[in-house]
Design a protein around this ligand. Structure first.
Ligand code: MF3
Ligand code: CO
Ligand code: CO
Length: 250
């Protein structure tokens, strides 16, 4: 069941999304060689709390930390840890979801750590960024989720990469994960129709090798099955009741 939002509710989701974007801007200069992912977690946690907001991942279905940090072959849901020290040449996705005045805002970016000497890593990260932009451009009132998935997947394949199928974008609002699901693959003209009043994420995870993932024994960390690199970007998008498509977390 898709929960439609009024323009007033979309404004509240936007306030939360703008905070998530501010957290990502704030944390970027800390994403350097020698930092641990628990340090990034703690800095984000304090910042979010100080803004009178709640980090949505903390205790969500048992997730133990306040953000997700996914390094190199980690596809998503990486758990920040003191053992996880960033080094020159790593890529790391920081995924921030805030709850502000009862509404969720969800956004993530992949950062380069220090100097990247692997040109394929640069190409992968830029591809993931562009996949999200192409997915956003496919959104309009009356479109189908397959229009978004096809746009993302075709661009990933055109660059020699693959789009993860096991994790998808999602409706968002008072709840973290609502209907509909937004796959990052599919066929144009197929799947759920998207329309005015809907708010959802697009969050393509793009792999260097095969799209298949596996989950580590911690029950959360998703990694590429073949050990290849993975990159992700995420925005929360609204189809406003005037029909305008707005990226709330930009
Ligand atoms: N922020 C992730 C998403 O984009 C979800 C993280 S779930 C958590 O949907 F429990 F790991 F935080
Ligand atoms: Co999300
Ligand atoms: Co997210």
């Amino acid at each position: 069941m898709i929960i439609l939002k009024s323009d007033g509710e979309i404004k509240k989701i936007k306030a939360s999304c703008q905070l998530a974007a501010k957290v990502l801007n704030m944390i970027e200069p800390y994403v350097v060689p020698g930092r641990t992912t628990i340090e990034l977690n703690d800095i984000c946690h304090e910042f979010i709390i100080r803004q009178k907001a709640i980090p949505a991942p903390l205790n969500y279905r048992g997730f133990p930390k306040s953000i997700c940090t996914s390094v190199n072959e980690v596809v998503c849901h990486g758990i920040p840890s003191a053992k996880d020290r960033l080094k020159d040449g790593d890529i790391v996705n920081v995924d921030v979801t805030t709850i502000f005045e009862g509404y969720h805002g969800d956004s993530s970016r992949t950062f380069f750590v220090g100097q990247i000497r692997n040109p394929l890593a640069v190409k992968l990260v830029e591809c993931a960024r562009e996949c999200l932009e192409r997915g956003i451009l496919a959104v309009r009132p009356g479109c189908r989720v397959g229009d978004i998935g096809a746009a993302v997947e075709e661009y990933a394949r055109s660059q020699g990469f693959t789009a993860v199928q096991e994790y998808v974008g999602h409706g968002i609002g008072k709840s973290f994960h609502e209907d509909p699901q937004i796959p990052h693959f599919g066929l144009r003209g197929q799947g759920t129709r998207l329309d005015k009043g809907m708010v959802f994420t697009i969050e393509p995870m793009i792999n260097e090798g095969h799209w298949r993932t596996k989950t580590l024994k911690d029950g959360w960390t998703a990694v590429t099955q073949d050990g290849s690199l993975s990159a992700q970007f995420e925005h929360t998008i609204a189809i406003r009741n005037d029909g305008i498509v707005e990226v709330l977390s930009r």
